[in-house]
Design a protein around this ligand. Structure first.
Ligand code: NAD
Ligand code: MG
Length: 389
């Protein structure tokens, strides 16, 4: 019998890959699509809804309602728009939800899906970074199954032996190092948005591609790993591995390291989550080790990539520091993309905001997380404005 699935952020990079994987897993015979959601790309959203036979399509963008309704006219598919509609649609029962909205905008819809108690395939790492404890508590309370889509965490999930949790010494998150892995600070100061978004190995959305260039993506992922796998700061290591073939590793007390390897193609991690606990056949490239011939490794450089040190702070202090880091990071990224600040200013400003907002305690509610995010954006906005005078 077909399982029901909702895809939050279906028009994005992860969302499109998810629909592709669903196609390879039997399409409508295997999955009944409940919800698809997007933002301004209404044409693609409507096309996806019709092809997948979704019940409802939601655009987060209020102004796009008319266009979505017109595009779905006669199809019998419900159209809706805006934040409230998005959260309502995310809360409709589904066996599986793919949470693939980008940024803090994904927090409330993702939590609404968690509360259903089904399986949550989590790509929206910002939810865990900003609201770690509250998020994992909501998962436990709902009895939901949380499966990581992020390739590193998916790798760790694959090699984490349930019976040997006490024997886990460390996890090693691999990082490509991004397009500026070999750049000096002087060179980084001058890079353009175009060069920052050009990831050497992975094809991804704009935000995560730029986050890879600053290594904020890896910074977020260390925090994501802490909450997903209940780890201490000293158990989480970052290793630069430019080929992105080893997706991450778990080190055990007997000296064993278990790794998951594969081509850099998100469909493997997505398919793993959709088929779990089984495996699916996917047309991804098969690794040829002779052709690869070598795999390289380097220590990460926190001087050139200060984002990693900022994440270490969050791992150690907890509370709302993750929400502050993420909120400030999103604000500076937008300013960089708009051409208002240079590349290096992103981590400089995030660091300053974190110092200024270091006394926010442990959040009791999601409202407190959203408030910390807002405060961090405002503080970053002031520093951005000051730097432009
Ligand atoms: P993307 O930019 O390609 O797509 C984002 C999706 O979110 C789109 O459907 C977009 O319409 C929607 N969206 C954007 N703003 C929104 C808003 N304000 N409200 C509601 N919806 C909104 O992003 P992506 O690369 O697919 O990444 C999605 C998530 O998955 C991110 O959290 C990212 O960190 C994570 N992730 C992505 C990859 C990847 O390969 N792309 C890998 C690992 C993790
Ligand atoms: Mg990743």
């Amino acid at each position: 019998m077909a399982r029901t699935i909702s895809i939050l952020g279906s028009t994005g990079s992860i969302g499109c890959n998810t629909l592709d994987v669903i196609g390879h897993m039997g399409g409508r015979e295997a999955f009944d699509v409940v919800t698809v959601t997007g933002a301004s790309n209404v044409r693609l959203l409507a096309e996806q809804a019709k092809t997948a036979g979704a019940k409802i399509a939601v655009t987060a963008d209020d102004d796009s309602y008319g266009a979505l309704k017109d595009a779905l006219a006669g199809s019998g598919i419900e159209a809706a728009a805006g934040r409230v509609a998005l959260i309502e649609a995310a809360s409709r029962p589904a066996d599986i939800t793919m949470a693939a909205i980008v940024g803090i905008a994904g927090l409330e819809p993702t939590l609404a899906a968690v509360r259903n108690g089904g399986t949550l395939a989590l790509a929206n790492k910002e939810s865990l970074v900003s609201a770690g404890h509250l998020f994992t508590r909501a998962v436990r309370e709902a009895g939901a199954t949380l499966l990581p889509v992020d390739s590193e965490h998916n790798a760790i999930f694959q090699v984490l032996e349930a019976d040997s949790r006490d024997a886990v010494e460390r996890v090693i998150l691999t990082a490509s190092g991004g397009p500026f892995r070999t750049y000096s600070r002087e060179q980084m100061a001058l890079v353009t948005v175009e060069s920052a978004r050009a990831h050497p190995n992975w094809s991804m959305g704009l935000k995560i591609s730029i986050d890879s260039a600053t290594m904020f993506n890896k910074a977020l992922e260390t925090i994501e790993a802490k909450y997903l796998f209940d780890l201490q700061s000293h158990q989480i290591e970052v290793l630069v591995h430019p080929q992105s073939i080893i997706h991450s590793m778990v080190g055990y007390s007997d000296g064993s390291l278990l790794a998951q390897l594969g081509p850099p193609d998100m469909r493997t991690a997505i398919g793993y989550c959709l088929a779990w606990p089984e495996r699916v056949r996917l047309p991804v490239e098969r690794l040829d080790f002779v052709a690869l011939s070598r795999l390289d490794f380097e220590a990460p450089d926190e001087e050139r990539f200060p984002s990693l040190g900022l994440a270490r702070n969050v791992l150690e202090t907890g509370g709302l520091s993750g929400a502050v880091l993420n909120g400030a990071k999103e604000a500076t990224l937008e300013a960089f993309v708009a051409g208002h600040i240079g590349f290096l200013a992103m981590s400089d400003i995030v660091g300053e905001v974190m110092v200024g907002l270091s006394d926010l305690g442990e959040p009791e509610t999601i409202g407190a997380v959203i408030d910390a995010d807002r405060q961090a954006r405002m503080a970053a906005g002031e520093l951005i404005a000051a730097s432009r005078q």
